[in-house]
Ligand binder design. Structure first.
Ligand SMILES: Nc1ncnc2c1ncn2[C@@H]1O[C@H](COP(=O)(O)OP(=O)(O)OP(=O)(O)O)[C@@H](O)[C@H]1O
Length: 257
């Protein structure tokens, strides 16, 4: 079933003296439970597209629907995990993860129990009363994931959520995020510069051209990789071949620039 439908998106930023076209003719669909990645050169409009999907920017042209309804009406159904965790430093971990539920008047004792159980599943039991500054970067990103999942969003936007982490933590977190999203059958869009991460985590990858961003190609990841963990996928015999194919496409893009 199609969850997200993007049709004919164009976007131009206008300032007093200039007009910058960031996106041109973007159309795609994302199925419920699917994990897709946006991969492309810096400045090709990936963040602009995420902001449009999130309903934060109105596109110059085109439409976006979530379950056939205009996205503007469904902003609360979208969850975020960003490069920075944006946890409130003066609130405890428990207060941070329950904040979204509280603000949306959704906090019940059952929801609280479910959210604390999720924190436990993330290996963070015992840290409820601690403050973000007492946790490592990887732990804070796990807290951010619990906070995001607590409100049960239909669509998750992951904007380079692992890029500020050290390599080992990043690999571990990729596995944890992938496993959690599969368990909850969540739909997600990942923006990344990391080809390996996109291959290891995604069902499909959309490759963007330089600005104005267009979708040049989409790659469907073979089932053999999709049914194993990202770490295992990075070690699968099919992985280097897919990596090479995407690498060559990106090189081609640079040559044509
Ligand atoms: N508020 C704005 N006003 C004017 N131009 C903007 C604005 N925001 C982004 N742009 C321009 O639009 C283009 C796309 O920017 P965007 O941040 O979406 O790209 P990106 O692919 O996410 O980049 P990166 O990978 O470096 O994060 C860039 O040329 C950028 O300079």
């Amino acid at each position: 079933m199609v969850l997200l439908k993007i049709e004919g998106i164009h976007h131009t930023y206008f300032t007093k003296s200039s007009a910058t076209t960031a996106l041109s003719d973007i159309s795609l669909t994302v199925e419920e439970g699917e994990f897709v990645s946006f991969l492309g050169p810096s400045g090709c409009g990936k963040t602009t597209l995420l902001s449009i999907i999130a309903g934060l920017i109105k596109p110059t042209e085109g439409s976006i629907t979530l379950e056939d309804q205009p996205i503007e009406k469904l902003k609360s159904q979208i969850g975020y995990m960003l490069q920075q965790d944006y946890l409130f430093p003066w609130k405890t971990i428990e207060e941070n993860i329950l904040l979204g539920l509280k603000l949306n008047n959704l906090l019940t004792s059952k929801k609280k129990q479910d959210t604390l159980r999720l924190l436990d599943q993330m290996g963070l039991s015992g840290f409820e009363k601690q403050y973000p500054s007492q946790l490592s970067g990887g732990m804070r990103q796990r807290v951010a994931l619990v906070r995001t999942l607590a409100t049960e969003p239909k669509l998750l936007m992951l904007d380079e959520p692992f890029s500020a982490l050290d390599y080992q933590t990043k690999l571990r977190l990729e596995d944890l995020v992938s496993d959690t999203l599969k368990t909850f059958h969540k739909t997600a869009i990942l923006v990344t510069h990391d080809i390996g991460e996109a291959i290891a985590m995604s069902d499909r990858i959309f490759l963007f051209s330089p600005r104005p961003g267009k979708i040049l190609k989409s790659f469907s990841i073979p089932e053999e990789l999709r049914t194993i963990s990202p770490f295992q996928a990075r070690n699968h015999e099919l992985y280097p071949e897919i990596f090479q194919t995407i690498w060559k496409e990106l090189e081609q893009i640079e040559t044509n620039q």
